[in-house]
Design a protein around this ligand. Structure first.
Ligand code: SF4
Ligand code: SF4
Length: 119
């Protein structure tokens, strides 16, 4: 299984890490570009230090206890999600319905792609 995060769409909500039963995701510091790109994201989904404006507009003023778009993770939210352990994914789909940015992509061994839809 290949798993990647479309980084410019990631809010840092940490839902993916919280729900994944096999520890696919880690939240990395947004200022560390190299660390934030250590998954299988294609070029157009890699972190270049800039969040999508529509996502900023949608989530930056939401007060739900999450540190949206914070540079560093504090254990509850913040930082940017990286699918560091995509090989372990069992396609339970828990992350796909919890991802605020709708930015998780999973490609199975047959090439079928699954994308997140925030529920
Ligand atoms: S679908 Fe894969 S990456 Fe997502 S929560 Fe389940 S095991 Fe983790
Ligand atoms: S659930 Fe989605 S938006 Fe939230 S930290 Fe994970 S990848 Fe980013």
């Amino acid at each position: 299984m290949k798993v990647y995060v479309d980084k410019p769409l990631c809010t840092g909500c940490q839902h993916c890490k919280d729900v994944c039963p096999v520890a696919v995701f880690e939240l990395k510091d947004r200022k560390n570009i190299d660390e934030a790109n250590k998954d299988t994201a294609p070029e157009n989904a890699q972190w270049k230090g800039t969040t999508d404006q529509a996502i900023l507009d949608k989530w930056s003023k939401v007060e739900d206890g999450h540190h949206h778009f914070a540079d560093a993770n504090d254990g509850t939210s913040g930082g940017i999600s990286v699918a560091v352990n995509g090989d372990a994914c069992i396609l339970c789909q828990a992350c796909l319905i919890q991802c605020e940015g709708e930015c998780i992509h999973i490609i199975d061994d047959s090439g079928t792609e699954y994308k997140s839809i925030y529920a």
